[in-house]
Design a protein around this ligand. Sequence first.
Ligand code: PBG
Ligand code: ZN
Length: 331
Amino acid sequence: MGGVDRSPDHGLNRRRGRLHRGIRELTQRIYPAVPQFIQPLFVTDADAREAIPGLTDVWRDTPATLITQVRADLEQGISKFLLFDIPPDKHDQDFDHDFACEQIRALKQAFGDDIWLAVDVCLCSSTTHGHCGILNEDGSAVLNEPSVRALADAALSFAAAGADCVAPSDMMDGRVAAIRAALDADGLESVAIMSYSAKFHSGFYGPFRLAADSAPAEAAALQDRATYQIDPARSDDALQCSLRDAGEGADILMVKPGMPYLDVLAKLSDAIPLPWAVYQTSGEAAGFNLLDQHGIGNRARLNREAWTAFLRAGASMIISYDARHARTWLS
Ligand code: PBG
Ligand code: ZN
């Protein structure tokens, strides 16, 4: 640099790159896009659809409104869905998946391959006690093996009914392998598995549990899901679970919740070369909605910022209750 007179701001002027909208757009490295979104859906056997406390523009749909909602979402460019069924009757074993399978068949009949349909696989909406697995006699423990058998059974029913993907959210050990084996044995090798591989024991699931009628029962001996979901202080456990699920044949791995676990998402997506989903949970969505309702935040802007953070941290897809607003909010 001999002889060249260096401007005193050399290397220090960072604002130059922010001054014009043009340079801001050109230097922006992340553009969340509508095709990256998955919209959760709830369906229950009721006569009218119901609002969900905390969530805006999300419902417990009836079989009829499920179809009209998906049609409306398709018009907004949203074509990937994660379906949660709330079975009409609770059982603690010998689960009945007929209601869910009817909805899956109806969706695929109406929309075929215009939609990519993932179906959540868990037992907490089915059981009387609200736990994600089958309990021992006195209700003090979730039994791994019988739970895995029941989960594989459910996944097989959903896949046979037409699901493109099954998404186990229970956090039992070995369920991905059991589901993969069950699907392959039945000629369903083209059905994908999205594993909730790094799902934490979180306080951000509140609105969901009302929507899915899946909160652990007050009277239950086991008061929470700490014996199967990952402790928030243990990213090592999240990495081990994700490595294992990858080895068992998961096609997509997941971090859930999203914003409090960006470090986990960044580390794990770096470490494991599979597609990563992030689940922006019901509590995260509700927080933004409340800020907006109180006039101290803007839903669209808050979501844009969160979605950008998810992609920055390494997600390739975002499960969001506000997916159906992505086109409007991102344009
Ligand atoms: C149940 C399940 C939960 C969510 C997805 N599947 C809640 C839980 O584990 O209690 C969370 C979804 C959300 O909060 O948006 N296995
Ligand atoms: Zn569950």
